[in-house]
Each structure stands twice: as structure tokens, then as C-alpha cells.
Design a protein around this ligand. Structure first.
Ligand code: SF4
Length: 489
């Protein structure tokens, strides 16, 4: 029987890794950064941090485990984070354990002054670089790959901060969108393929904002200016915004999964509204794999826009057949045998009136291990559904992500090891279909996937990794530190 307390539809998803936010020339920089991070909370819930810079060139830092609200709702904390500029970070650990030493922004003192950096993404040669740096005498304080940036900047022989950063970026491989702060400027940078997002916005007082998504601009009433481009570095100081493209013209391979699941639906990503895109993906899915049914039911919450698009295209009523309770804490009740026997589902309920006797199309955005899909289907059947068909608004997830998304290893991915027919049987549905990779590209306004030059990163569906996976190829030892922090550290 399903354990009542311990599953959630989001348990079995790829998890976005981090959100970054930066401000230049703003009153209440810390408070605005906390708001920005709050809007980016979906990108990481394990820890949050803010570093500010005041008029005397002194940096102030507060970092902690937990949500933004857990760390920055105290007025005293915000008041101590003095300054007109800030960088902030929400963390969902992709590398390094969840210890306080890994919570970003990372800060270091250089001969040129203080430097704070927050990073979204994952470096694919971090272990090799780290080993080389340790051999040269660098003393790492954390186990996060982001610390590599700090040491590469420290040992660079260039004189300006920006030249040192460029020097560092030319040595790393992988996906990164980063915001950095030093005494003279706020800096934003995206990797040469622009895998992870970063946008530039303008505050009403003329100050500047960098953020992972536009929803973080909206919350501080900043106007969207543009996306930071793939391979671009923007330097924001008293003279405005300066752009450098040290990598030449690269190929943009933005993460296609941001459209499917990671980004918040009210964000505009690379010029495309996420909500609308998800509806179009649902429409395309209906065209590709329609099936006679009475209702279209989303798996909440992320399946909702795709289900709406599906229902409209198929001409089948859209109904909320599964209700998600948003107010359940992690430890609501210790399940005794008696309670367990009731089959209580704290986080989800089947809306029986919408399911009983019906042929149901369940729309979800992805199937990773398949564990929660199975439980959802079981719940819908228990509520009396006559048929259950599952439609998925991403292609089968057959490969792990190495570019900053928390994914199970390949052997745990259901689609990596089973045919669609087998998966349907395992999950317990009458039929199962995924959107095709070309259908996904069509929903994004492309004629289809350009096999010679794919327009997006889609490696978790195709296995075609655009950025070298050096550490993996070299089977690099992944032991990063012998220090095991005590609980809470
Ligand atoms: S592998 Fe998948 S999740 Fe990772 S960056 Fe590429 S598209 Fe996004």
C-alpha cells in the first residue's frame, strides 16, 4: 500500500539546480535580492544566500540552509546586509553535499578586493581542474564545482578582474550562468552555448538586475531588457552595461527542458513565454497521439498548461481530476499502522466526481523513474476511472543531465531501460505516449529538430551531449573532500 506521507508528484522529476540574482545601484539591495530569490525558489530549495556590497567597499554575507523565507524574513538580517549592490543564490545541490560551506554566493578576498560569485549550472571538467589546482597549492573550502572559478581567478596572471574572469571561463567546460560582484562592477556571464538562462533587467531608479528568469524581474518591478547572450559577459557599473563576447560566435544550445518543466510558467525564456509554449506542446501532443476519452486531467501542477493545450486541441473537457494540497509540511504526522491502513494521501487527492466511470487522459510533463506515475495511476483507478491513458509532454527521458540538473543515473531512468509498451505496463496505464522530439521542436516554433545543428540542448532525450563530459570520459575520481561536516554545518 502507498505510504501516506512520503510521496509527491515532484519527487520523481528532474530538479532544477540553482537560481541566481544580482543587483547594481539599488536602495534596499538585500531586500530586493531576497524578493528576487523568492521568485526563483522553484530553482532550488536547499539553501539560499546573499552577499551585498556597501559604499565603503565592504561586503556583507548571509547564507543558510532552507528556503529564502527561512533565511531572509528577519528584518535584522536584511538590515545587516547593507549596500547598493548584491548577488544572491538559491541552491539545489548538483555537486557537493548539502553543507553550509557549499552554500553560495561564494566569497573570496583577492589583492584587487572582495569578489562574490553565484553559479547556476554544472562544470563538466571541474574535477580535473580541481585536481590540477590543488596540485598547485590551492586550498578548497567547499565541495562545489563553483569554487573552481574562485581559484582560477586567483591564479590568473591578468591584471583586471574581467580579464581574470575571462581567463577562468576559457578553462572551464560545462554549463554556467553566473553573477559576480566586486568593488567596481556587477558581472553576468553565460557559457558559450547558453545552456542555462540569464536575463538583464532595469530597475525604475535606473539600477540594473541580472536574474535566472524574468519572473524575478517582475517581483522587483524591473523592466526586462534582454537575455544575456550565449557566451556573453556583461559588466555593469556606473557607466552602464558593457558587453564582451570572448568566445566568438558559438552555437546556442539552450536547455529545452526549461520550457517543458523547470522555468516558472509566467517567465519569458529566450523571448518565448513559457506558459504559452507548454500549451503548444500539449496541442502538438494531442495531434500526435490522440485517443478517445471523456476528460483530460493534468498531473498537478506542472502538467496543467500542457493538459490545457491538449484538451483544447482534442476537443475533450479539461478537468482537475487530481487535487494537490500545497499546505502539507514534511512531517505532518507519523503514520501508525492504523493510519497507514487508511491509505491516506496527504499531498494529493483524486477528485472522484471528475474521474468515476470516465476514460481519462492524464497529462504529465515527464516520466523519470516512473515511481510516482505508478502511484498517480493507481489513485485515479481507485477513484473509478474506466480507462487511464497517459500522455507526456516531453520525449522519453533516456539520458542523465550533466549540465546542472539533478537527475538519477541512467540505470534508474525508466525510459532508458524499457520500451514505451513496457513502461505502460509498469505504470499501469491502458496506453502511453510521449511527444516526439520533432513535435517538441515544432511546438517551439521550429520546423523540427535540425539533426546537423540542433537548436537546443536535448541530451537527456537524445544522448547527444553538446559540451564535452571530460570528467566522465576520464572516469575522474569524485572524492572531493575528506571532511565530513557535522549535521547542520
Ligand atoms: S540534458 Fe536535458 S535537462 Fe540537461 S541541459 Fe540538456 S536539455 Fe536540459
Amino acid at each position: 500500500m502507498t505510504d501516506p506521507n512520503d510521496w509527491d508528484v515532484t519527487d520523481d522529476k528532474f530538479h532544477e539546480e540553482c537560481g541566481v540574482f544580482g543587483l547594481w545601484n539599488a536602495n534596499d539591495a538585500a531586500a530586493l535580492t531576497a524578493l528576487g530569490l523568492h521568485a526563483l525558489q522553484h530553482r532550488g530549495q536547499e539553501a539560499a544566500g546573499i552577499v551585498t556590497l556597501d559604499n565603503e567597499g565592504i561586503f556583507h554575507s548571509h547564507r543558510g540552509r532552507g528556503l529564502v523565507g527561512d533565511n531572509f524574513s528577519d528584518a535584522k538580517v536584511i538590515a545587516e546586509l547593507r549596500g547598493h549592490a548584491a548577488v544572491g543564490h538559491n541552491r539545489y545541490a548538483t555537486t557537493g553535499e548539502t553543507a553550509l560551506r557549499n552554500v553560495q554566493p561564494l566569497y573570496a578576498d583577492f589583492e584587487f578586493g572582495g569578489f562574490a560569485v553565484a553559479h547556476n549550472g554544472n562544470l563538466t571538467n571541474a574535477y580535473a581542474l580541481r585536481r590540477a589546482l590543488v596540485r598547485r597549492g590551492c586550498l578548497f573550502q567547499s565541495t562545489t564545482d563553483s569554487e573552481v572559478f574562485i581559484h582560477l581567478i586567483a591564479i590568473s596572471l591578468y591584471s583586471t578582474v574581467v580579464d581574470r574572469l575571462i581567463d577562468a571561463l576559457k578553462q572551464v567546460q560545462g554549463a554556467y550562468s553566473l553573477v559576480a560582484l566586486h568593488n567596481g562592477a556587477l558581472i553576468g556571464a553565460r557559457d558559450p552555448m547558453g545552456v542555462r538562462p540569464l536575463v538583464l533587467g532595469r530597475l525604475q531608479n535606473g539600477g540594473w538586475v541580472l536574474a535566472s528568469e524574468t519572473c524575478a524581474l517582475d517581483i522587483v518591478s524591473a523592466e526586462f531588457v534582454r537575455d544575456v547572450e550565449a557566451g556573453e559577459i556583461v559588466i555593469i557599473d556606473g557607466n552602464g552595461v558593457r558587453s564582451i563576447k570572448p568566445f566568438g560566435r558559438g552555437q546556442n544550445r539552450f536547455c529545452i527542458f526549461e520550457y517543458i518543466y523547470f522555468a516558472r510558467p509566467d517567465s519569458i525564456v529566450e523571448g518565448t513565454p513559457v506558459y504559452e509554449t507548454r500549451k503548444r506542446i500539449g496541442s502538438e501532443l494531442a495531434r500526435e497521439s490522440g485517443v478517445p476519452a471523456d476528460v483530460v486531467v493534468p498531473v498537478p501542477d506542472s502538467g496543467v498548461p500542457a493538459a490545457m493545450g491538449y484538451a483544447t486541441e482534442a476537443g475533450i473537457p479539461f478537468e482537475l481530476g487530481i487535487i494537490r494540497n500545497h499546505y502539507v509540511g514534511r512531517t505532518f504526522i507519523e503514520p501508525t499502522d492504523q493510519i497507514r491502513h487508511l491509505g491516506v494521501k496527504l499531498k494529493h487527492s483524486a477528485n472522484r466526481a471528475m474521474l468515476e466511470g470516465k476514460r481519462v487522459i492524464l497529462v504529465d510533463d515527464s516520466i523519470v523513474r516512473g515511481t510516482t506515475s505508478k502511484k498517480i495511476v493507481e489513485m485515479v483507478r481507485q477513484a473509478g476511472a474506466r480507462e487511464v491513458h497517459m500522455r507526456v509532454s516531453s520525449p522519453p527521458t533516456t539520458h542523465s543531465c550533466y549540465y546542472g540538473i539533478d537527475t538519477p543515473e541512467r540505470s534508474k531512468l525508466l525510459a532508458a531501460n524499457h520500451s514505451v509498451e513496457d513502461m505502460a505496463q509498469i505504470i499501469g496505464v491502458d496506453s502511453l505516449a510521449f511527444i516526439s522530439i520533432d513535435g517538441l521542436y515544432r511546438a517551439l516554433g521550429k520546423p523540427g529538430r535540425d539533426a546537423a545543428r540542433p537548436q537546443y540542448c536535448d541530451a537527456c532525450f537524445t544522448g547527444e551531449y553538446a559540451i564535452r563530459l571530460s570528467d566522465l570520459e576520464n572516469n575522474t575520481e569524485k572524492q572531493l573532500s575528506l571532511l565530513q561536516p557535522a549535521a547542520g554545518q
